[in-house]
Design a protein around this ligand. Structure first.
Ligand code: HEC
Length: 284
């Protein structure tokens, strides 16, 4: 779960253009095609259904939504796209493997696009003055495929079929010479799943919620492994200020071994001389 203090400003910027025409919409992009859906259009679809979410990530309680099966909005995504990038109004950018969405066909978790009904706003998020609308990706049976908290993007503005983070940003990839069981190698996966939705690394990534952890200085060069561990578990145990946004990760969400792997990965990327970062900053 994350905190979205900048929603108000961004919402104003994003919606003043098209909003003049009325309803807010979700942009779907992939394979050169582009389509906008309004909430009313989505709710009128024959496959829209009531979905009960027992452990809703945004609200930390049971919620029920009107929702559309996400895969039905993404017919035939062409190669080489293997990832769905969900970008939120506050700069959060989830990178969800399409294989995770497609696992539904073989008994895995099912992704639904929850749609805020026009005129019936969802409640505000706990402790915040905004809700998760207008669009929110929720999961049925998240435990069946090990869906993480960062894979429930809310306040969605767009969903885009893209290549995997490792293909788009070579600076995120560990050196090929590392042994297959190297901690840094596993850390790359963990970082992409847990951190990349909010942080860039050496310019790699799309998120704009937290700082780049490799530029201008590597976080591992001014924080000790001990301090980093404490910060990821509970940011407020390291420092506090009123606008603090980073959520802590429990040992259940990110086991100690995985957290150590993330730190080994950050150290690996920081130490490497040929850091591909320079010329490859993602264009926006
Ligand atoms: C939901 C968004 C979010 C996620 C996910 C997230 N962070 Fe953060 N992080 C932030 C924000 C925002 C800050 C800036 C401080 C603040 O507002 O809390 C931050 C700050 C940090 C800092 C301190 C940087 C500095 O110079 O002070 C580190 C280190 C860090 N995050 C590491 C991580 C790691 C490692 C992960 C993954 C395990 C992670 N973060 C996941 C949002 C996030």
């Amino acid at each position: 779960m994350r905190f979205a203090i900048r929603f108000g400003l961004l919402a104003a910027l994003v919606w003043t253009g098209p909003a003049a025409a009325g309803e807010r919409s979700l942009l779907l992009k992939g394979g050169g095609a582009e389509q906008r859906f309004t909430a009313s259009e989505l709710l009128a679809r024959p496959d829209a259904a009531e979905v009960r979410v027992p452990e809703d990530v945004a609200f930390a309680q049971t919620r029920t939504y009107r929702a559309v099966p996400l895969l039905s909005l993404l017919p035939g995504v062409p190669e080489p796209f293997d990832t769905l990038e969900g970008r939120a109004l506050d700069g959060f950018a989830a990178q969800i493997p399409l294989s995770l969405l497609r696992g539904a066909a073989s008994g895995g978790s099912v992704a639904w696009l929850a749609v805020e009904p026009p005129g019936q706003p969802w409640p505000n998020l706990p402790g915040q003055t905004v809700g998760p609308g207008p669009f929110y990706l929720v999961w049925e049976g998240p435990e069946r495929s090990g869906v993480t908290k960062e894979q429930w993007p809310y306040q969605l503005a767009s969903l885009t079929a893209v290549e995997s983070p490792a293909h788009r940003w070579p600076q995120l990839v560990v050196d090929a010479s590392l042994p297959p069981d190297a901690a840094a190698r596993r850390g790359q996966q963990q970082f992409a799943a847990a951190c990349l939705s909010c942080h860039r690394l050496k310019g790699g990534g799309m998120a704009e919620v937290g700082p780049d952890l490799g530029e201008p200085m590597n976080a591992v060069d001014y924080m000790t492994p001990q301090g980093l561990r404490a910060l990821v578990r509970d940011p407020k145990s390291v420092r506090t200020w009123p606008q603090q946004q980073m959520p802590g990760f429990s040992a259940e969400e990110l086991p100690d071994a995985d957290l150590d792997a993330v730190i080994a990965y950050l150290q690996h990327v920081a130490r490497r001389k040929d850091a591909a970062g320079g010329g490859l900053h993602s264009a926006r």
